[in-house]
Write a protein that binds this ligand. Structure first.
Ligand code: ADP
Length: 220
């Protein structure tokens, strides 16, 4: 479903960040992209949602040739991706409910569809009771759960998570990883970037290790 082939990338005149990155992710699979801070994990994710482009190589997601599509096709590609970030990126002046609903409004869903889907999503992430709260009234862990609900709103082919536990304490990180795992078990493919290997050491995720511009695989 996701094919990443021979990516290379340099920013401006610097040394290449990525030299030759290749991996594949099957439908329904979950993998964690690890590696030191600055190795280029975010850059790979950005290329998948077409925020950046490689110097060479290609990315295919389902029927999309991500590296080749034209700018006007990018919104369509992004409708098939859910993305969560370290800093949540929730709209501060909207409640948890409204943050999730907005993703469905933009996709043209009816009010009735929106209402039942937002209920379902906030229940999934364990926050139905907090749906009227604004981001500043929620903890970091809760904000990230809202961000996940929003990312899943339109049933993406793939959930991309870029250091989703980066702003969370250990306990919240662990429970967030359990939530992401549960979402994967329910059928959503997941690619998560993190440098926090401690947290993942004991977990049976497929691991892609990025170092010196190359990805190697280790299954532990
Ligand atoms: P990671 O997610 O593994 O921490 P990043 O992909 O964020 O790594 O960054 C990889 C390297 O590329 C870093 O050295 C970073 O400073 C550099 N970098 C990232 N984005 C840009 C950019 N837009 N312009 C210049 N350099 C960048």
């Amino acid at each position: 479903m996701l094919i990443v082939r021979n990516l290379s990338k340099s920013y401006k005149a610097g040394e290449p960040i990525l030299r030759d990155v290749s991996f594949e992710l099957n439908r329904g699979e979950m993998a964690v992209l690890t590696g030191p801070s600055g190795a280029g994990k975010s850059t790979i994710l950005k290329m998948i949602y077409r925020e950046e482009r490689p110097d060479s190589g290609e990315i295919k997601l389902d029927q999309y040739n991500v590296t080749k599509i034209r700018p006007y096709q990018i919104p369509r590609l992004r409708r098939h991706l859910g993305v969560v970030f370290q800093d949540f990126k929730l709209l501060p002046e909207r409640t948890a409910w409204e943050n999730v609903a907005l993703a469905l409004e933009v996709a043209g869903k009816s009010r009735r569809q929106i209402s039942s889907r937002v209920t379902e999503l906030l229940r999934l992430v364990g926050l139905l009771q907090r749906s009227g709260n604004y981001p500043h009234q929620l903890s970091g862990g809760e904000c990230q759960r809202v961000a996940i609900a929003r990312a899943l709103a339109n049933q993406p082919l793939l959930l991309l998570a870029d250091e989703p536990t980066g702003n969370l304490d250990r306990e919240n990180s662990q429970s967030l990883l359990e939530l992401i795992r549960e979402i994967n078990i329910q059928g959503c493919s997941v690619l998560m970037a993190t440098h926090n290997v401690d947290l993942l050491a004991a977990l049976p995720y497929r691991k892609l290790y990025l170092k010196n511009g190359m990805v190697t695989e280790s299954i532990e």
